[in-house]
Design a protein around this ligand. Structure first.
Ligand code: SF4
Ligand code: SF4
Length: 164
């Protein structure tokens, strides 16, 4: 399948899966996430973001149209919306550094949010590898010990979760 077709399919699936939820008052990803078309890096507030939301909504870049955080996919509770919890979760594209090629990435919406949301992060890390991207640039990988074996080569600091 060609890249364009794949993008269209992913968009269609995403639209169907996220139909039950809208972003509401949240605009976290407009600062926390990267937007290639705008040359906007992670953690930089988008130039088009205003108190009323996206100022170029109908003409926003394709990557803004295509991307949804994990909360939109109905995986998390209402209270775990990124602007309320301070944690924005996304599914990483297949990554050969991880044993099963998959991982979640969590980004801190504000400094200290990961410490406040330890139970949410521990819950996700019971079954999945989660790369925590702190707002100060640190990265810590957590997850079930069996899934972290292949992560030895990563420069990140690692933390094994106690599995009970
Ligand atoms: S972080 Fe998620 S819920 Fe918030 S605006 Fe972005 S897609 Fe919507
Ligand atoms: S263009 Fe709009 S949707 Fe995209 S990051 Fe900026 S404010 Fe958000």
């Amino acid at each position: 399948m060609r890249a364009g077709q794949l993008r269209k399919l992913r968009r269609k699936e995403a639209t169907a899966a996220t139909a039950a939820r809208s972003c509401g008052a949240c605009t976290a990803c407009c600062t926390v996430h990267k937007v290639v078309e705008l040359n906007k890096d992670y953690g930089v507030r988008c130039q088009h973001l205003s108190d009323a939301g996206c100022g170029v909504y109908t003409k926003r870049p394709q990557s803004c149209k295509d991307w949804y955080c994990l909360w939109r996919w109905n995986v998390l509770s209402e209270a775990e919306r990124p602007d309320l919890s301070g944690v924005m979760l996304d599914r990483m594209p297949a990554d050969p550094l991880f044993p099963d090629g998959k991982a979640l990435v969590a980004r801190e919406v504000w400094s200290g949010a990961f410490d406040q949301q330890q139970s949410l992060l521990d819950r996700m890390a019971l079954t999945e590898t989660v790369v925590l991207c702190y707002s100060d640039g640190r990265k810590v990988t957590i997850g079930p010990p069996a899934k972290l074996i292949g992560v030895q080569t990563r420069a990140n600091v690692r933390r094994h979760l106690p599995v009970s």
